[in-house]
Design a protein. Structure first.
Length: 172
């Protein structure tokens, strides 16, 4: 589900009041307080995005969401279809692992992963994001794992040394 104007916290409160299960991808980041001192704050990893678990019938869920006082949009498979876009539990689990930044990923060098071409499909083989698959991209001299969820691309900082190519034709 998509919210507008960074109101995911207000929509989350509304969903809690209606006893719906949901997940807002949150991470810790550094910010500053009113005096300019650095402060660690908990903020959404991806603004305007909330995942809702379908624990009730779709009609009941639609009725609750239509009464929401905030502007929201439910993602659909196609813009002209009425069927909602489902997300597998394994993808939500991966997103939760990505958002948990309490682990430090050590750079581990293994065979062939130092020469991974940009744009290649990779799998993370070390660290807390182990098992997550995505496309390796580079921006501003940093490497990211591009993960697509519900037609949205989420860019996750990752060390290329922790990735393994899914392509079997790796040059020796």
């Amino acid at each position: 589900m998509r919210t507008f104007f960074a109101q995911e916290n207000k929509v989350s409160t509304y969903l809690e009041q209606n006893a719906l299960e949901f997940f807002v991808p949150m991470i810790y980041s550094m910010g500053s307080d009113a005096e300019g001192n650095p402060v660690r704050c908990y903020r959404p990893a991806v603004h305007n995005l909330i995942f809702i678990r379908k624990t009730t019938g779709e009609d009941v869920l639609k009725a609750i969401l239509q009464k929401c006082p905030y502007t929201i949009q439910v993602y659909r498979k196609q813009s002209e279809e009425k069927e909602w876009y489902p997300i597998r539990d394994s993808e939500i689990l991966e997103l939760r692992m990505i958002c948990d930044r309490s682990f430090e990923v050590p750079p581990i060098i293994t065979e062939h992963n130092g020469d991974l071409p940009i744009g290649r499909m990779v799998k993370v083989v070390h660290g807390p994001m182990k098992g997550i698959k995505g496309k390796l991209v580079r921006k501003n001299k940093k490497y990211y794992l591009l993960k697509t969820l519900a037609n949205l691309d989420v860019k996750i900082a990752v060390s290329r040394w922790c990735c393994e190519s899914l392509d079997t034709n790796i040059p020796e």
